[in-house]
Design a protein around this ligand. Structure first.
Ligand SMILES: [Zn+2]
Length: 109
C-alpha cells in the first residue's frame, strides 16, 4: 500500500505536481498536489480542496497573457495599417514579430 502511494506520488511529481508545504492534517505526512488534487504519501488521504487556487492561478495565467499579446498584435496591425512613415512601419513590424515570438514561447511551454 505504501509503496503504491510512493509510486503514485513520484508519478505525480514527474507530471508537474508539487510538494505541499503543509503536512497532512490526518497523519502529518508529506503531501503532493497536482491540479487541486492533494495526495498524502503516508496515509493516502485526499483532504480538502481548498488549496486549488494556487494551481488554478498559474493555469489561467497563461491564456490571459496570450490574450493580452494577441490583442497587442491587433492594435499593432491597425497602427501599421494607418502608418505611412516607412521607418515607423518597420519598427511596428519588429514589435509585432517579437510579440508573435513571445506567444510561440508561451504555447510551446
Ligand atoms: Zn496523511
Amino acid at each position: 500500500m505504501l509503496k503504491e502511494l510512493t509510486k503514485k506520488a513520484a508519478e505525480m511529481l514527474l507530471n508537474g505536481a508539487t510538494l505541499l508545504s503543509e503536512p497532512c492534517p490526518y497523519c502529518s505526512g508529506v503531501r503532493v498536489m497536482k491540479e487541486g488534487y492533494a495526495l498524502c504519501i503516508s496515509c493516502g488521504r485526499e483532504p480538502e480542496k481548498k488549496e486549488i487556487p494556487i494551481e488554478k492561478a498559474s493555469e489561467s495565467e497563461t491564456p490571459s497573457i496570450q490574450k493580452t499579446l494577441e490583442k497587442k498584435i491587433e492594435t499593432l496591425s491597425k497602427e501599421l495599417e494607418i502608418e505611412t512613415d516607412h521607418e515607423k512601419q518597420q519598427s511596428i513590424l519588429k514589435t509585432i514579430n517579437s510579440v508573435i515570438e513571445t506567444i510561440e514561447k508561451i504555447k510551446n511551454k
